[in-house]
Design a protein around this ligand. Structure first.
Ligand SMILES: NC(=O)c1ccc[n+]([C@@H]2O[C@H](COP(=O)([O-])OP(=O)(O)OC[C@H]3O[C@@H](n4cnc5c(N)ncnc54)[C@H](OP(=O)(O)O)[C@@H]3O)[C@@H](O)[C@H]2O)c1
Length: 274
């Protein structure tokens, strides 16, 4: 589907580079068909050397020659970048945006073209091919466009297709979610260290515990509450810890974090003039 398609990644930072790397590892297309752009020439030279992809500081040039244009700059620079791209984008090109909060309607309006646009919300585990991404089709995007986007994000993890109205909530849950889990892991490490474990051992145990618990949820298909109850012995350690976590509001805090991150994603759309 994407073989021989030329793909431009505009804004090859953490996420843009992760996507380019994932597409290459999955052999979705050849390095010569990928071009990445950003302003830092040294970083571009590094990407070119590492992967053999094309690299340029000229966003318009990168986009003009592509079949698929991936927008991976920060929402704050979105208006300037879309202004650069609008003279060169054609309705035959597929535009995929991973910018938090920016709607396909806004992107389409700024580009001034009825091109197919897919909005996606990946997360940083894409860097290790364990990402969680939601994709949503804009007004001019069809099944074929959504399938192409799904293929790209499948190269770096799991993908779900949703209506665009769900993407701010996805941003609050899985887009921002790694941050919550990093904080949980960090706190678990400190807890282990406080109780006398060496930090490196605590780090390995905490991270593997989170990975293994997530794997159990995914592979057993059991509700997390059931998995929790299964390991909670009457009068044991887990029920004591659960009592403390409930008293300190762990679940409420995480729910509030997702609510506020979702609201921030909704606010970001205004940065681009929604
Ligand atoms: N990080 C996450 O967890 C995450 C998750 C989901 C979605 N996102 C979305 O992904 C996008 C990128 O996030 P990120 O974390 O990858 O940020 P990042 O690492 O800062 O990457 C953004 C890149 O854009 C480049 N850039 C800035 N201005 C530019 C311009 N005028 N033209 C071309 N490139 C330009 C920057 O490089 P130079 O300074 O060299 O130009 C930078 O490398 C954001 O819109 C964010 O909402 C991020």
């Amino acid at each position: 589907m994407l073989t021989n398609k030329r793909i431009a990644v505009i804004g090859a930072g953490h996420m843009g580079s992760a996507l380019a790397g994932g597409m290459l590892r999955a052999k979705l297309t050849a390095p010569k068909n990928i071009v990445v752009s950003r302003r830092d020439e040294r970083a571009l030279a590094e990407l070119k050397k590492q992967w053999g992809v094309g690299a340029t500081t000229d966003n318009a040039k990168a986009a003009a020659e592509a079949d698929v244009v991936i927008l991976a700059v920060k929402p704050q620079v979105c208006p300037a970048v879309l202004e650069e791209l609008s003279p060169v984008i054609k309705p035959s090109q597929l535009v995929i945006s991973i910018m938090a909060g920016i709607t396909t309607q806004t992107i389409g309006r700024k580009l001034g073209q009825p091109c197919p646009i897919v909005r996606a919300m990946p997360n940083t585990p894409c860097l290790v091919d364990a990402g969680a991404t939601a994709v949503a089709a804009g007004a001019h995007a069809g099944e074929k466009d959504l399938a192409a986007a799904e293929k790209i994000f499948s190269s770096v993890g799991k993908v779900v297709a949703l209506p665009e109205s769900a993407l701010d909530a996805v941003t609050g849950l899985s887009g921002t979610g790694p941050v919550y889990i990093f904080m949980v892991i960090e706190a678990m490490i400190d807890g282990g260290v406080k109780m006398g474990l060496p930090r490196d051992v605590a780090t390995r145990l905490a991270a593997q515990t989170v990975l293994g618990s997530a794997k159990l949820v995914i592979e057993t298909g059991k509700h997390p509450a059931i998995l929790k109850d299964e390991v909670t012995t009457p009068g044991g350690t887990a029920i004591n810890a659960i009592h403390m976590l409930e008293a300190k509001g762990l679940r409420s805090v995480l729910i509030d974090a997702i609510v506020t991150a979702t609201q921030r994603s909704q606010e970001l759309s205004r940065l681009c003039g929604d």
